[in-house]
Design a protein around this ligand. Sequence first.
Ligand SMILES: Nc1ncnc2c1ncn2[C@@H]1O[C@H](COP(=O)(O)OP(=O)(O)O)[C@@H](O)[C@H]1O
Ligand SMILES: [Mg+2]
Length: 355
Amino acid sequence: MVRVEDLTMVYDEKAGPVLDKVSLSVSEGDIHGIIGRSGAGKSTLVRCLNRLVVPTSGRIEVSGHDITTLSPGATLRSARRDIGMIFQHFSLMSSRTAAGNIALPLEIAGVPKEEIRKRIPVLLDLVGLSNKADAYPVELSGGQKQRVGIARALALDPKVLLSDEATSALDPETTEQILSLLKDINRRLGLTIILITHEMDVVRAIASHVTVLEHGRVVESGPTFDVFAFPKSPVARSFLSSIVAHELPPQVAARLQPEPSGETAPVIRIIFTGDAAEEPVIADLAVKFGIRASILHGRIDYIDERPLGILTLLLPEVGDRLPAVLAHLSSLGLHGEVIGHAVRSSAAGTRRAAS
Ligand SMILES: Nc1ncnc2c1ncn2[C@@H]1O[C@H](COP(=O)(O)OP(=O)(O)O)[C@@H](O)[C@H]1O
Ligand SMILES: [Mg+2]
């Protein structure tokens, strides 16, 4: 549905490229999150996608149209109709009612009055605002204003909905409601959605795919679950730290040493995905290897409705059986890796001695 190839945008030669050979593709019906810190180039990418700016080089195809080469005119206008936009600050006209705001793009496109009159209630119903047709923006809450924004964006039946930080100005509860509305519309209409955000929670809530941008470059791109389970870049890891336990709490991290010493035992991280999430790993270590593993940290989350567990274990008395332990985990379909070495806490040792 959307294909971006080697997209480069240079505003200022001295400052260097703001987008640097960005490539990504979005299939029909996907909800594709694009996440990056402030300044990563997200808004520039949005402006290229809806052709508010012409990129320095590269290609963008939306629903089969190469929008980078279209010259202003009828074809560009029709290509633009394929993309609906919603914004952080809603951008509603204060002098128009909810119905009037939704009618605006239809009026501009020259849709006959009678047809507009029929279309408005359908759109209001789609976003759950049937009783607010005559309300002005000042009479609406933030969430309701964004619902009007969504209805307006969908008025011309776009193929892709582009959302630039559409929930960033909303409180967490309203954010959740707007995200579930977007997911619902995605399911009911098969609408492709591109979600630009700086919040991993937004991606986690509804995105099937995610691309991580850093300094104008794509540092990861793929199914959300895969990126959450096996992030390759430090940026993705840090975005994920509030959601998935890839990064250890500082108290635990401070105990890790890169190299073993006489006092330490290996610390392993096990990543459980899908069906393997329910393997009885701790019991297996005890029964098969006689290892009394200590849990240093652990968490199970649901990403795209699939379980993702990350467990950090200290393995005392493992000795030279470590490769066998890792091989056993791998035979269960679990990913295990040694992330460091730590001394067992003295409290645990004392309790054991006492018993
Ligand atoms: N019109 C412009 N002219 C020059 N530099 C710009 C322009 N728009 C954005 N930039 C620069 O591009 C970089 C990326 O900005 P932006 O695309 O807004 O990032 P994001 O939306 O991820 O915060 C920033 O360093 C910004 O200063
Ligand atoms: Mg921005």
